[in-house]
Design a protein around this ligand. Sequence first.
Ligand SMILES: NC(=O)C1=CN([C@@H]2O[C@H](COP(=O)(O)OP(=O)(O)OC[C@H]3O[C@@H](n4cnc5c(N)ncnc54)[C@H](O)[C@@H]3O)[C@@H](O)[C@H]2O)C=CC1
Ligand SMILES: CCCCC/C=C\C=C\C(=O)C/C=C\C/C=C\CCCC(=O)O
Length: 268
Amino acid sequence: MWDIKDKTFLITGGASGLGAQYAKTFLQLGAKKVAILDVAESVGVSFVTLLNETYPGKAVFIKCDVSNEDDIKSAFHKALKDFQRLDVIINNAGIMSDSPDLWRKSCEVSWQGLVSFTMKGVESMRTDEGGAGGTIINIASTAAIFKLPTMPVYCGSKMAVLHFSQSLAEPPFFERTGVRILTMCPGPTDTPLLHNLLDRAFDKKFAEEFYAATQPNTQKVESAVNAVVKMYKEGDCGSIWLSAKNKPAQDITDTFKNIFNDLAKLIL
Ligand SMILES: NC(=O)C1=CN([C@@H]2O[C@H](COP(=O)(O)OP(=O)(O)OC[C@H]3O[C@@H](n4cnc5c(N)ncnc54)[C@H](O)[C@@H]3O)[C@@H](O)[C@H]2O)C=CC1
Ligand SMILES: CCCCC/C=C\C=C\C(=O)C/C=C\C/C=C\CCCC(=O)O
């Protein structure tokens, strides 16, 4: 069982949606400090003010566009300087848009930004280079494991998140570094990310037909948040978890192990 008490957290995209609820919940469960990083400054500042009314001095807001490497560098170093040590990073920031004008930005936020924070996190946490170890939680999606023709770019970036995380975490990564990499795949969850699905589609005309026939089976935010808490407490390095349809979090690592073992037989 991994402790939450006295741990410091950095949460990207933490000003609203699921990220904000991870912050609130981990503080309720005893986290020492939480750094909220987000591009939405006024929303982030208001949220941190609210958190500090209940948990005085425990939350800070740092403006950061996770698609911008200079922003990432300065925000990461500010959080590290303020807290002296980062124990947990939740790479949560994500955009879902496959539209012609936003798909590239969406990949930079959901995928490249996550890689950059993971690299910086590993560097600062790794026990073989003087760090104290820690946990990096990468938020993928059921879009990583389900073929959604309305958003192939989003599906691809989330599969990239999943495969990046499981590849990085291959043994003896944890034994060497003391850094635990965990991946969560939430199913559709009730946040603004699910609004205006047609505007976010790869092909609007096709999406109209698709969404007329298929509606998301949306779960409550609380279910997705509880799933991340359970994964944080119980997950082994490299594990992959599912949170869908308001059911308790499920460790689906063995499914991936079997698939990748079978594929390895074709390659090696
Ligand atoms: N809501 C859902 O159905 C699901 C969400 N997810 C993933 O969970 C994560 C959070 O999603 P939601 O809370 O639903 O989304 P949301 O849209 O409600 O909130 C996203 C947050 O990220 C911030 N953000 C956007 N662009 C940013 C940038 N460039 N730099 C920093 N912050 C930025 C926003 O300001 C906002 O606070 C995303 O990675 C999403 O892909 C995964 C599966 C299902
Ligand atoms: C079936 C239409 C799903 C559209 C959901 C819209 C946004 C979801 C964002 C996510 O990150 C979740 C991604 C994909 C959903 C994957 C499978 C859906 C399975 C059916 C269901 O649970 O509704």
